[in-house]
Write a protein that binds this ligand. Structure first.
Ligand code: URA
Length: 252
């Protein structure tokens, strides 16, 4: 037996967190009955689970891709207010995949997508401290002294963001290019951090996610991850790290 959100994630329908919302929205049926409690348990051997009236089952072959997202594309499945969404760039992909986290509309760079909801969920969880490396062009010349504020943690209205590692790649009088390594994965964290130290971001690119890059991928193109890359994601956040796998109540 397993919780319905975990089951839906293993089917590649959505991350566990989103699956809870799908259940609450009345889009999930078990053995023909609409369910509305995210804690509902299913028997993966015997129960028939439908999402939006289509039968779903756990995927055995998982798809992992890296997209080199251009600025101007929304990280969303559909949005009536945007004519450019990342799925338009994935038209030749046959599997249904969803993003591991998000990049802002104006951010470019590596975005992983998968139907492995379980591992995706872990990679997004701050507990696993998965490194994400960004290059940010910020306003003004950043002083070395300012960099010292980042690892100590910076207080934002949404709470403290800590442990960011930052170095200056280059700078001139009007702007600086910073390389930031973050492990928390909060919404708009790079922009919030840089603004908080007086240097707003005007261009942002994600260079790496969990050690994976899209260095040889043109902007707007995607590729499958190699077996070695998927294995390294599992090593970083898979069940092989039981010491990290116990997610606190309310975290998931
Ligand atoms: N931090 C941001 O501010 N924006 C992104 O798109 C990703 C990280």
């Amino acid at each position: 037996m397993m919780r319905i959100n975990k089951y839906l994630a293993s089917c590649g329908v959505a991350s566990r967190r989103t699956a809870d919302k799908l259940v609450e929205a009345g889009r999930v049926k078990v053995n023909g009955e609409l369910i509305d409690t995210p804690g509902h348990m299913v028997d993966e051997e015997a129960d028939q689970v439908k999402f939006d009236d289509k039968l779903v089952w756990p995927v055995s072959e998982q798809t992992w891709i890296a997209l080199n997202k251009p600025a101007g594309y929304l990280t969303s499945r559909s949005d009536p207010h945007h004519d450019k969404i990342i799925y338009h760039l994935l038209r030749d992909l046959t599997s249904r995949v969803y993003p591991v986290g998000r990049l802002d509309l104006d951010t470019e760079g590596i975005l992983l997508l998968t139907n492995d909801g379980e591992l995706a969920h872990r990679l997004m969880h701050p507990r696993y401290e998965v490194p994400k490396i960004y290059q940010a062009r910020v306003k003004g010349k950043v002083a070395e002294q300012t960099l010292k504020k980042f690892p100590a943690g910076i207080e934002l209205p949404e709470g403290k963001i800590g442990r960011a590692k930052v170095k200056i790649k280059s700078s001139c009088a009007s702007y600086s290019d910073l390389i930031l390594t973050l492990t928390e994965g909060r919404k708009r964290e790079v922009k919030h951090l840089c603004r908080a130290v007086g240097h707003p971001v005007f261009k942002l690119k994600r260079l790496e996610f969990a050690g994976i890059t899209c260095d040889r991928l043109e902007l707007g193109k995607w590729r499958h991850l190699t077996k070695t890359e998927v294995a390294s994601l599992r090593k970083m956040a898979g069940p092989e790290r039981p010491e990290l796998s116990k997610v606190k109540k309310g975290d998931s």
